[in-house]
Design a protein. Structure first.
Length: 189
């Protein structure tokens, strides 16, 4: 039992509390070494087990392996937490970027919607003006047709009057001869 206290050495589980990579120098299964875990016969619980230095060495070896395994697990946990934090930060950045893009597209869509509404209002106004112009054109066409009819009627009346005047006062008419005589009398006075 004299070498039991010397075999009991306390190794801190996490002396630096820093992240140690399992892949770049942390404790690994290879450093534990093969043959460190020996299979001991299972003692009968009814029998009293005598504690021997070999049992102490095995127990210490198991404790050292457990401590190394815990250190590896702590390191892996720290790596995973760092990875999760990194992924989380990148995801938050991507979400912020996506939200900014979404806001930009919403502003563009709102601007385009305003433009569409403005163009629709302008189109409606142009359609109203076109309808007014068409109705004015139709009214003007009706007026032109009415004026053409009146002009044709006036021309017919004028031609009728002309032919009546020519018949009444033309060269071969008796009124023409009377006018010629009256003109001579007026010019001779």
């Amino acid at each position: 039992m004299t070498n039991v206290p010397s075999a009991l050495r306390v190794t801190p589980l996490r002396p630096d509390r820093g992240a140690i990579s399992v892949f770049t120098g942390g404790a690994s299964e290879a450093s534990i070494g093969p043959g460190r875990f020996e299979r001991l016969p299972t003692p009968d619980p009814a029998e009293s087990v005598a504690l021997t230095p070999r049992n102490y060495e095995t127990a210490l070896s198991l404790l050292e392996c457990a401590a190394k395994a815990l250190e590896i697990l702590y390191d892996r946990r720290d790596q995973l937490e760092a990875t999760i934090e990194d992924v989380s930060l990148r995801a938050e950045g991507a979400v912020v970027s996506a939200q900014a893009k979404m806001l930009d597209w919403q502003q563009v869509a709102a601007g385009l919607k305003d433009q569409v509404q403005d163009l629709e209002r302008r189109l409606a106004a142009m359609q109203q003006r076109a309808e007014r112009a068409e109705s004015q054109f139709a009214a003007e066409r009706d007026r032109v047709e009415a004026a053409e009819r009146q002009a044709a009627e006036a021309l017919d009346i004028s031609q009728g009057l002309h032919s009546k005047i020519m018949t009444a006062f033309g060269r071969s008419s008796s009124a023409h001869k009377a006018l010629l005589v009256a003109m001579d009398d007026v010019s001779g006075v």
